[in-house]
Design a binder for this molecule. Structure first.
Ligand SMILES: NC(=O)CC[C@H](N)C(=O)O
Length: 317
């Protein structure tokens, strides 16, 4: 990027369609590598050889390549949506119940919880997301419907659903999450019954969205908290800044340092193989390829984001 050029000018003249096509070509050999998440049996059925990517710009344009329109299970990417809702519900008091530091541990790890008295390290690991889910459940009797409505509005797509089979599949195999939630509850950091918290959590993870949906849905985080289409405030600019900061430091779990090093953008991954990244004041990016690396992040997806920031010069650093 020419240092003289500002981000808006760069975004306006950049040929994103050609860039996405080039990236799809460059990462082709990685697609199908890695492991599709099998601990949620329903996810193991997704073909590994998929790849899609989408870009949504703040000036209202959308670009795509490959399987960008195919809905997939967004899994932990949903933690950004629920964090947004919980912050709106509880404000800064949320931070009495969940921390803001990277965990350096796996997303479903139990080890820190005992030493840290049931206060999860951050809202983007599973334990933190359970607390966030609990906050939402305490704030509304229609938590699941509210979340679905929020996501549909952000993505401008009424067809988005939660896949009941994925949710049931995770519930039936969800011993680790059940252990985490029970443990947190033993420290009195969950107010609602564990079953309700887990049911909400498994449903949020089972949201089915495409790269196009996700790129559109995250635009408020690139736009200082405002909806790109209507200009209306979704959250304050300050909260958008804080959520982006948490995505940068905690959004890809114990790979967050490596991710910041390689990609240089706030990002959130899920074990369905999706990753969403934000270029503040410019655009959002979503990529999907189900094969995961050993930390649970999409292998081809991470490589594609790495190439995107290298080719465009669009990163926060
Ligand atoms: N990293 C993820 O996407 C994890 C989400 C998944 N539902 C789990 O709890 O294990």
């Amino acid at each position: 990027m020419n240092p003289e050029e500002n981000t808006a000018d760069l975004v306006a003249r950049f040929d994103f369609a050609a860039t996405l096509a080039r990236i799809a070509e460059e990462v082709r050999d990685l697609v199908g590598q890695g492991k599709v998440a099998a601990y949620i049996p329903r996810l193991a059925e997704v073909p590994a050889d998929r790849f899609g990517m989408a870009v949504a710009t703040l000036d209202g344009r959308v670009f795509e390549v490959g399987d960008a329109a195919t809905p997939f299970s967004i899994q932990s990417i949903s933690k950004v949506f629920t964090l947004t809702l919980a912050l709106e519900a509880l404000g800064g008091d949320l931070w009495k119940r969940v921390g803001r530091e990277p965990s350096g541990s796996a997303f479903n790890s139990l080890v820190q919880l005992e030493r840290e008295s049931g206060i999860p390290r951050n809202p983007l690991i599973n334990a933190g997301a359970h607390v966030v889910a609990d906050v939402i459940l305490s704030s509304t009797p229609t938590a699941q419907a509210d979340l679905l409505e929020f996501v549909r509005a952000r993505a401008d797509n009424r067809a988005i659903v939660m896949d009941e089979e994925v949710a049931a599949s995770e519930r039936d195999a969800g011993f680790r999450n059940a252990a985490l939630a029970n443990f947190i509850r033993s420290f009195r950091n969950l107010d609602n019954p564990v079953e309700r918290v887990l049911d909400f959590y498994f449903h949020q993870c089972a949201l089915q969205m495409s790269c196009l949906d996700l790129a559109r849905a995250f635009l408020y985080l690139a736009n200082r908290g405002r909806c790109q289409r209507s200009g209306q405030s979704v959250i304050s600019a300050e909260r958008a800044k804080r959520i982006n900061a948490l995505m940068l430091t905690c959004g890809t779990y114990d790979a967050a340092g490596e991710f910041a090093f390689r990609v240089g953008l706030p990002a959130k991954s899920g074990v369905g193989g999706g990753i969403v990244a934000v270029v503040p004041n410019a655009l959002t990016l979503a990529v999907w390829s189900p094969g995961l690396d050993e930390k649970g992040n999409s292998l081809a997806g991470a490589a594609a984001l790495d190439r995107f920031t290298a080719l465009t010069g669009l990163s926060i650093f």
